[in-house]
Design a protein around this ligand. Structure first.
Ligand code: ATP
Ligand code: MG
Length: 551
């Protein structure tokens, strides 16, 4: 792991760790990140990855990467590979080999036999539906299964035959014998194993019974010697079961301690794998790495650096209370991260031609423009070429500007960034009445006629028309128009989440750009050349983030 990484704070978790160290419960820190390989990682997962790996780094401990692959129906190697890649991209390295819950299937099976022998688990002949009907509700206690009190020997025999494939899927299950009247539904004889004839991405056809998540997770943690098992709040009610299983197995102390924190909810997006899957499958987006998604693959393609993601996670911290995080905080972290890194350059997204009538055709003039104008310590610069025809942003001109519009209009003056002043005296319209060209004159000093406060001319960006380079620019915005989307895609998706600018023009110095090259287009935002749609002649840029705060 690189030392540049600032370990995540995770304040209240730290307090637990320190308390455990003071008590002498543990003399080390061992955490794990346990994704289920049934989807791509998203920024919510990053919120879990950062404290898990970060705390391990901070305390000189270890953090395992363990795939929780107990549900073969939805899991696959495509997801395993993307998850490994994303964790590495975030800048973290797991301790030792990658682990899989499926590595422990034999061990888990032995533990189950032990529970049966101790009279703490039984084979139930009820169907899944009947089990559900017996469970009761939050207000009503559950009912015992008629098979609950069958002898350990009979259960053991049936469990072995379940494993041997003698019974059809769903015919029987193994359940813990705890308490059907418990106020905690998770403790009402939870299912430990079910029969499911599905090929597993690692164990193939070897098993026809699969252990349940709650049963698997605590034992896997214990096998790996995890000290602090950090998970999200919805598992708080599962903690008694986590502890019960290890206690029932007489697992030697010190046992892992489960600590819950609030999951990340980020405004204007969704984090549920099911909803993300639907967006991808129904082609509302162009794949798992569509820059509008909150997946790490998408954020990477969008142009976020791993440092920006970690900065965001660090700032939002981990807490116990469920909350929604404003999208602003993500954009803010991205801007703060890119500000010192990204050279300032100019691009015009929707070009409007300007003819500078008092500049001779065929002549040009070079201006030197710094890449980092706000950083006095950095002197890198490039040449900007001024010529008779230039492009400005169509948005920077109005034929009939209102008072509050400070930029260009007939009879007005603006300052071309790093260059001259231009004064607009005429415009040319096409057959439909659209303004297609401006007629201006330049001057080296302001002549007056700026529309800004005190007659100041606004500063606008520009490129020379003849030498500018063509580019395609994709302006990405929030995927949803509602801040806390519930998943009603027809109503909630933002129709303007991707706006294409196929006619964009770059300043002439921007040649031969590699994929993944980041910059700031002055006044427009931070941008990156797309990794996938790379074209050296006509690069495709993604907008990473706009410049202005929107709250
Ligand atoms: P599923 O609904 O499929 O269980 P999941 O989002 O919980 O989805 P996992 O692969 O089980 O996905 O998650 C791995 C780890 O990441 C878990 O410890 C989980 O608690 C954590 N995690 C998942 N989503 C978030 C989130 N939005 N915020 C913080 N942590 C999360
Ligand atoms: Mg989960």
């Amino acid at each position: 792991m690189t030392s540049k990484i600032e370990a995540s704070s995770g304040n209240f978790i730290r307090a637990f760790i320190d308390e455990d160290a003071a008590d002498g419960r543990y003399n080390r820190v061992a955490t794990r990140f346990p994704p289920e390989p049934n989807g791509y990682l998203h920024i919510g997962h990053a919120k879990s990855i950062c404290p898990n790996f970060g705390l391990a780094l901070d305390y000189g401990g270890s953090c395992n990467l363990r795939f929780d692959d107990t549900n073969p129906v939805k899991e696959g190697t495509e997801y395993v590979e993307s998850i490994e890649n994303d964790v590495r991209w975030l800048g973290f390295a797991w301790s030792g080999p990658i682990r899989y819950a499926s590595d422990y299937f034999e061990r888990l099976y032995e533990c189950a036999e032990k529970l049966i022998q101790k009279g703490l688990a039984y084979v139930d002949d009820l169907s899944a539906e009947e089990v559900r009907a017996h469970r009761g509700t939050l207000t009503d206690p559950g009912r015992n299964s008629p098979w609950r009190d069958r002898g350990a020997a009979e259960s053991l025999d049936l469990f072995r035959r379940m494993r041997a494939g003698e019974f059809p899927d769903g015919a029987r299950s193994l359940r813990a014998k705890i308490d059907m009247a418990s106020p905690n539904l998770n403790m009402r004889d939870p299912t430990l194993y079910r029969i499911r004839r599905t090929s597993h991405h690692r164990t193939g056809e070897q098993w026809v019974i699969y252990p349940m998540y709650d049963y698997t997770h605590c034992i896997s943690d214990a096998i790996e010697g995890i000290t602090h098992s950090i998970c999200t709040l919805e598992f708080e009610d599962h903690r008694p079961l986590y502890d019960w299983v290890l206690e029932a197995l007489d697992w030697p102390a010190p046992r892992p301690r489960q600590i819950e924190f609030a999951r990340l909810n980020l405004e204007y997006t969704v984090m549920s794998k099911r909803k993300l899957m639907q967006l991808v499958k129904d082609r509302h987006v162009e794949g798992w790495d569509d820059p509008r998604l909150p997946t790490l693959a998408a954020l990477r393609r969008r142009g976020l650096t791993p440092e920006a993601v970690r900065l965001f996670c660090d700032r939002i911290g981990v807490a116990k209370r469920d909350s929604w995080i404003e999208y602003y905080w993500l954009e803010k972290a991205v801007r703060d991260d890119l500000n010192p890194l990204a050279p300032r350059v100019m691009a015009v997204l929707r070009p409007l031609k300007v003819v500078v009538e008092n500049w001779p055709a065929g002549q040009s003039r070079e201006f030197s423009a710094p890449f980092f104008p706000d950083d006095a310590g950095r002197t890198e610069s490039r040449a900007l070429v001024f010529e008779r025809e230039i492009f400005i942003e169509a948005e920077d001109f109005m034929p009939d500007p209102p008072k509050k519009f400070y930029r260009l209009g007939p009879g007005r003056e603006v300052h071309l960034r790093w260059g001259f002043y231009i004064h607009c005296h005429d415009l040319v319209r096409d057959a439909e009445g659209r303004v297609v060209e401006l007629r201006c004159t330049y001057s080296e000093e302001p002549r007056g006629g700026g529309a800004g406060p005190g007659g100041q001319p606004a500063v606008i960006h520009w490129v020379p028309a003849g030498r500018a380079r063509p580019a395609r620019v994709r302006l990405y915005d929030r995927l949803f128009k509602t801040p806390r989307p519930k998943g009603d895609l027809d109503r909630e998706l933002n129709p303007d989440s991707l706006v294409e600018c196929p006619e964009a023009r770059l300043e002439p110095a921007l040649t031969g750009l590699p994929p993944g090259w980041r910059c700031q287009f002055e006044r427009l935002g931070y941008f990156i050349t797309d990794e996938k749609l790379h074209d050296r002649e006509r690069p495709v840029f993604n907008r990473i983030v706009p410049l202005k705060d929107r709250r």
